[in-house]
Design a protein around this ligand. Structure first.
Ligand code: EPU
Length: 417
């Protein structure tokens, strides 16, 4: 099994280029199911989840016409097998994103029900309820969702809670429904907007993406288009937090500051000085970070996908921070690992109290999920001595060439078998 070996204590200096967003690329790949024409996607990150999604789409009948680095050309001219097997869904929960498009395009879908995962229960009841409201007949058979509908019908759907992939699934399904669908309490995440932009280019009639009410007027067919995946705001935030924790002067290119308002505000609160341009962000940090308390919530509030990285920075802050996780019920798995580096953290329910100490000490730690892996890397980069991060297969699901990018910025980090 591969591991990362980190020698901490180096400042981060220089330039890092940001990849396309994983959580935008995955639904965009699924959008290819909605048309018989070719969908061309650019700025696709090279990640394990993307490879898994491509394989899943191929199993349904999608042909991948070009597969150059950064580009995917997909043709769903004929969908022969509207199925997502347990083997696929268990390795990548985002596989649920094929449910809406398959059902809308072919009238049927047979999708393995995702189980819980390391960060929480993560049910998909809102996806199912929304499709049922649009007229789908849905049953659960031997761990699979069996969905059927001759044609989905637009309706008003008020979601019980804000769900990102739930909003994406229903928005994609509604593009080919008859009549108008109104999604209320929709997710406002930039990845939802990126998907809507692509769907609109494909001929969909969508208004309000980026707000909590999205209106979709169904059309008879969608056509192909070319679309560039938005930059990864979580990868951007991860490198910025690493630089704020380690100190240094880091510029991130091919990214956008406007999807990161709250994160940039919190980094400023920690003492970083930040400048932004049209497609770059520069962070300078001279001193030990100030503690930054935060509460995760749906966009535009502080993202749960940045909580673990900020926890690592707070471990060496000059004071105490309180971190509250409101999205996932079990997203503090990194706490036990951070404690192995001597961090002082106390968890009470969904709140962690982090008392900053002047230095962490390197140790062997184990990654439990994608963002926990990023958190442990940041902790390893600031710790004195050697930190070994095990189980980094989680990391490869969501960060493209992370050790190469960090090495370029002066970190000492290598991958070993
Ligand atoms: N939820 C339900 N019922 C549903 C759907 C969601 O109860 O039908 C609950 C979840 O259990 C959770 C909350 O609602 O407590 C929010 O979950 P959401 O559905 O928004 O999460 P997701 O769509 O499964 C996406 C990202 C996650 C990110 C979350 C929150 C993708 C592929 N995944 O997941 O990304 O944490 O939104 O922003 O877009 C990651 O990249 O590391 C990651 C986990």
């Amino acid at each position: 099994m591969q591991k990362l070996v980190i020698h901490g204590g180096h400042r981060l200096q220089g330039e890092i280029s940001i990849s396309g967003a994983k959580n935008a690329a995955l639904p965009l790949l699924c959008a290819s199911l909605l048309t018989a024409d070719t969908l061309t996607l650019q700025n696709i990150p090279h990640l394990r989840d993307v490879t898994t999604m491509r394989a899943l789409l191929e199993q349904t009948g999608v042909r991948i016409l070009a597969n150059e680095p950064g580009t995917a050309e997909l043709s769903a001219a004929s969908i022969t097998n509207p199925t997502a097997s347990y083997d696929m869904v268990k390795t990548m929960r985002a596989a649920i994103l094929v449910l809406g498009p398959l059902l809308a395009r072919t009238g049927q879908a047979y999708i393995s029900l995702p189980g819980g995962c390391a960060i929480g229960m993560r049910p998909v009841d809102q996806h199912i309820k929304g499709l049922q409201a649009m007229g789908a007949e849905i049953s659960i058979e031997q761990g699979y969702i069996r969905a059927q509908a001759s044609r989905l019908t637009g309706t008003r759907i008020v979601m019980d809670l804000v769900t990102v992939t739930g909003t994406e699934n229903l928005m994609m399904a509604a593009t080919l429904a008859s009549g108008t669908t109104i999604l209320e309490n929709a997710a406002r995440e930039p990845e939802v907007t990126d998907l809507a932009d692509c769907l609109i280019r494909m001929g969909a009639k969508i208004e309000g993406a980026g707000s909590d009410i999205i209106v979709i007027h169904g059309v008879d067919r969608l056509h192909g288009c070319s679309h560039t995946v938005m930059p990864d705001r979580i990868e951007t935030g991860t490198f910025l937090t690493a630089a704020a924790a380690c100190g240094g002067d880091l510029t991130l290119t091919r990214t956008h500051a406007d999807t990161l308002d709250v994160v940039l505000g919190k980094l400023t609160e920690a003492g970083a000085s930040i400048e932004t341009g049209e497609s770059w962000i520069r962070l300078r940090m001279q001193q030990r970070p100030q503690p930054v308390s935060l509460r995760t919530a749906p966009y535009p509030a502080f993202p749960t996908d940045m909580q673990a990285q900020f926890m690592a920075m707070n471990c060496i802050a000059d004071g105490t921070a309180v971190i509250t996780e409101t999205i996932f019920e079990n997203r503090f798995m990194h706490v036990q690992e951070l404690k192995r580096l001597n961090a002082d953290i106390q968890v009470e329910g969904n709140t962690a109290i982090v008392r900053g100490i002047p230095r962490l000490d390197g140790a062997s730690v184990m990654a439990t999920d994608l963002r926990a892996s990023a958190c442990l890397i940041i902790a390893g980069l600031v710790a004195q001595g050697e930190t070994i991060v095990d189980r980094i297969y989680h990391l490869d699901r969501g960060y493209e060439h992370i050790e190469r990018k960090l090495t370029q910025a002066g970190a000492q980090i290598t991958r070993t078998n």
